[in-house]
Design a protein around this ligand. Structure first.
Ligand code: GLN
Length: 452
């Protein structure tokens, strides 16, 4: 009830939820009470969560923040949300995001931007973005409109909004959580994970979300360990890599100081810092912005006005397709489709898409080599704190630069977590990122617990 009241009071301003679901929440909460009365409580019984509006929820509208899915009510439940329901969670509503999860500021949502509850000191009138694409999930948790939330991360969309909103968020190893029932953006990069106020909350939520699913061919048949037990494990004896290529030109002194502080904390807790090299880092962003739009252009071909959501009738079938897609997709989504079809087209395929896949393999190999020397890697999560809604809007490339520290984990398929680690000069939260070996989220949680 406290969360529903907070949503009623604050959501009109923050727009963290596209679709609050108070009736569903009341019903699930009553079931949770009954389960507890029967002595049948589970890990998440009665825990109120926000669900990124990219996860299909049976009977509840799922929009992907796009006009083209504005009235889409899925007939089935995503595996991740089904797992959360199995463990007793209560769903407060569907959280805002960038359209089809494309963006870093939650400003491309067809349902309006979500607002970061944090304010720059002395600039209380400036509307700051919560980051993206999981901006609504992060804003909801930061503003106490949910205890935790589901999110997805294709190129930083869990970690960057977590950092901008002063909360924790983890993108697990590719294959750890099922993608079944999550609206696809770039299938070889997409991965679900939680955002929450603490590292331990993230560990508990991930333990419920994760697990093998035969309905996702890339889901990994790997046991789900007790993530929460790893949080207090400490970092004594761990070797923590500090990749020199992340000390890029133009790294702000403030972010650098935060990074140094993180290193000092881990050292004080008994970890050893190791200078490492990930030589192909500088190619990660251009590689990502070829692979992701290519896969997106292919995935989004299904929105044709015939099978799903919006339909704009036309003179013939081709006209129907064109009118539907012109009216249904926003500018950023159209830009990605144009880039994607371009890099996949005959004549450019080898020069762009195939080349990007080759570079992706080199980026992954950098990490494979690093795991010979270190147990985890520490980097900043973002190049800056949250920015204003009107900053960077007319420059898509400046927007893409937000993802410079986060996209490597998606290209390599490894786990990455953002942990709140300090404030900038204006009082805004900053995050540190911990990267880990494939399927070694436990070490990531241990390092995160030590930093937190
Ligand atoms: N900002 C990145 C993009 O726009 C990341 C998005 C994501 O992780 N879903 O593609």
């Amino acid at each position: 009830r406290a969360h529903l009241d907070a949503i009623a009071a604050l959501n009109p301003r923050l727009n963290a939820y596209i679709t609050p679901t108070p009736e569903l929440a009341e019903r699930q909460a009553a079931e949770a009470d009954a389960a507890l009365a029967r002595g049948e409580g589970r890990a998440l019984t009665g825990i109120p969560l926000a669900i990124k509006d990219l996860f299909c929820t049976a009977g509840t509208r799922t929009t992907a923040a796009s006009r083209i899915l504005g009235n889409f009510v899925p007939p089935y439940e995503s595996t991740v949300t089904a797992n959360l329901l199995r463990d007793g969670a209560v769903f407060l509503g569907k959280a805002n995001l960038d359209e089809f999860a494309m963006g870093s500021s939650n400003t491309s949502s067809a349902f309006g931007a979500a607002e970061n509850p944090w304010k720059r000191q002395g600039e209380e009138d400036t509307f700051l973005v919560p980051g993206g694409s999981s901006g609504g999930s992060a804003a909801a948790v930061a503003a106490r409109l949910a205890l935790g939330a589901t999110a997805t991360d294709t190129g930083g969309s869990i970690r960057q909004p977590a950092a901008f909103c002063g909360i924790a968020g983890i993108k697990p190893t590719y294959g750890r959580c099922s993608r079944f029932g999550i609206v696809a953006y770039a299938s070889s990069l997409d991965q679900a994970g939680p955002v929450a106020r603490t590292v331990e909350d993230c560990a508990i939520l991930l333990g419920s979300m994760a697990g093998f699913d035969p309905r996702d061919s890339t889901s990994a048949d790997v046991a789900v360990p007790d993530f929460a037990a790893a949080v207090a494990r400490g970092v004594k004896g761990l070797r923590i890599g500090i990749p020199r290529e992340y000390r890029m030109e133009g790294l702000s002194p403030e972010i650098d100081a935060l990074w140094q502080q993180g290193m000092a904390w881990l050292k004080a807790e008994g970890a050893t810092l190791v200078d490492i090299s990930l030589p192909h880092t500088k190619y990660a962003l251009p590689t990502y912005y070829i692979v992701a739009p290519a896969e997106a252009s292919s995935n989004l071909a299904r929105y044709d006005g015939v099978r799903f959501g919006l339909r704009e009738n036309g003179e013939d079938l081709k006209d129907l397709y064109e009118r539907t897609r012109a009216a249904g997709f926003g500018d950023e989504v159209k830009r990605r489709i144009l880039i994607g079809t371009y890099v996949l087209s005959a004549g450019y395929y080898d020069a762009y898409y195939v080349k990007a896949q080759q570079v992706r393999a080199l980026i992954k190999r950098d990490f494979d080599r690093a795991w010979g020397e270190v147990d985890a890697i520490l980097t900043p999560a973002t190049p800056s704190a949250a920015f204003g809604r009107d900053e960077k809007q007319d420059d898509p490339v400046a927007m893409y630069l937000n993802d410079v520290f986060t996209v490597t984990a998606n290209l390599a398929g490894i786990p990455g977590m953002s942990v709140p680690a300090g404030l900038d000069a204006k009082g805004l939260p900053l995050g540190l990122q911990i990267l880990g070996k494939p399927f070694d989220e436990e070490t990531v949680f241990a390092v995160g617990g030590a930093i937190e």
